[in-house]
Write a protein that binds this ligand. Structure first.
Ligand code: NAD
Ligand code: GDU
Length: 328
């Protein structure tokens, strides 16, 4: 298929572009200048532009005969969203709707959307299945849930067909070691832990030690970015083959605390990782662990990287080879 990937120069988008190309899809990446890395995109057309640019989208849809959109472009930091909700509603909701309107106008029917575990908020039970009520504890999760709601009604009214993929914590890097996670500023746990192992940071700040978990630190479900990428391609191919619109969780089904991640990274790297215990970060739920049985049953998705050590190992390979990230 001819696929437009918004945010395809970012972390998860670039890994998914690689997977799409492996499966012989034609890819156009649309990414604005906020966080992108040109070097992360290989084998695809790369267009610098914003998802809100209707004229640009109209032209790209026509020029490349686009049949589907994978929409990664978003603002996606929990803590930042609490401080700057306006930016999150604007980039994620307003621009998301604008992109969907452009799709409807051009007759592009298939949308794969990057949703998040943050739509659930503080869980009532774990593992969290898709049937769990959505009650976000931060603006980031609320904006993703708002787009999910819109997709549903666009489906009813305009025939849009979609898969909304609620990822838990994306981690790791392509095993080849040439693309990986490079955010500026970096806020995600595993890259920060590994930067500490490299000596680029003096210590890891642990956000909160008084959560209702066995060691008091937050528990998350880490899923390898290449497994996420594969799920996107499966979801797209299923939609194109006639599958109904769906919402899927994507995680490994195992939770690890912040301190367990630190210990696993010490084992992988063979280096000490000093920590400092700090206060909680606003908006963080205590435990997020996925039940991903639905996507396994419907699409036959199986994660290849199920061990935290293996996931961290691929990230370590990327960080060792690119301590400064992508060439700027
Ligand atoms: N990283 C995670 O653990 C995680 C978990 C759940 C969901 N998600 C979602 O997955 C998606 C990708 O996350 P990521 O970690 O790869 O993020 P990222 O910041 O690495 O990539 C996002 C890309 O989108 C681009 N972008 C942002 N707004 C844009 C706009 N309006 N127009 C064009 N380009 C724009 C940025 O330049 C960047 O290259 C996001 O939607 C995020 O909310 C991420
Ligand atoms: O320096 C740090 C960084 C993180 N953490 C902790 O480590 C855990 C993981 O934090 P990340 O920032 O790596 O990831 P989040 O769980 O906040 O969020 C990620 O996963 C979410 C879904 O679970 C969202 O989708 C979001 O896009 C994505 O950034 C959290 O408990 C956080 O408090 C620390 O203790 N110290």
């Amino acid at each position: 298929m001819n696929v437009l990937v918004s945010g395809g120069a970012g972390y998860i988008g670039s890994h998914t572009v690689r997977e799409l190309i492996k499966r012989n899809h034609f890819v156009v990446v649309l990414d604005n200048l906020t966080k992108w890395h040109r070097a992360a995109v290989q084998g695809a057309e790369l267009v610098a532009g914003d998802t809100a640019d209707r004229e640009l989208l109209r032209g790209l849809f026509r020029k490349y005969g686009i049949e589907a959109v994978m929409h990664f472009a978003a603002s996606s930091l929990v803590g930042e969203s609490v401080r700057r909700p306006s930016e999150y509603y604007y980039n994620n909701v307003v621009k998301g709707l604008s992109l969907m309107d452009a799709m409807v106008e051009a007759g592009v029917r298939f949308l794969i959307f990057s949703s998040t575990a943050a739509v659930y908020g503080e869980p009532r039970e774990v593992p969290i299945t898709e049937a769990h009520p959505a009650n976000p504890t931060n603006p980031y999760g609320a904006t993703k849930l708002a787009v999910e709601g819109a997709m549903r009604w666009y489906g009813e009214a305009y025939g849009l067909r979609y898969a909304s993929l609620r990822y838990f914590n994306a981690a790791g890097a392509d095993p080849a070691g040439d693309i990986g996670e490079d955010h500026d500023p970096e806020t995600h746990l595993i890259p920060l832990v590994l930067k500490t192992a490299l000596g680029l940071l003096p210590r890891l700040e642990v956000y909160g030690t008084d959560y209702p978990t066995p060691d008091g630190t937050c528990i998350r479900d880490y899923i390898h970015v290449s497994d996420l990428a594969e799920a996107h391609v499966l979801a797209l191919e299923a939609l194109a083959a006639g599958a109904p619109s769906a919402v899927y969780n994507l995680g490994n089904g195992s939770g690890y605390s912040v301190l367990e991640v630190v210990r696993a990274a010490e084992e992988v790297t063979g280096r000490p990782i000093p920590v400092h215990y700090g206060p909680r970060r606003a908006g963080d739920p205590s435990v997020l662990v996925a039940g991903s049985e639905k996507i396994k049953a419907d699409l036959g998705w199986r994660p290849r990287f199920t061990s935290l050590g293996d996931i961290i190992g691929t990230a370590w390979r990327w960080h060792l080879g690119h301590p400064g990230g992508f060439e700027k």
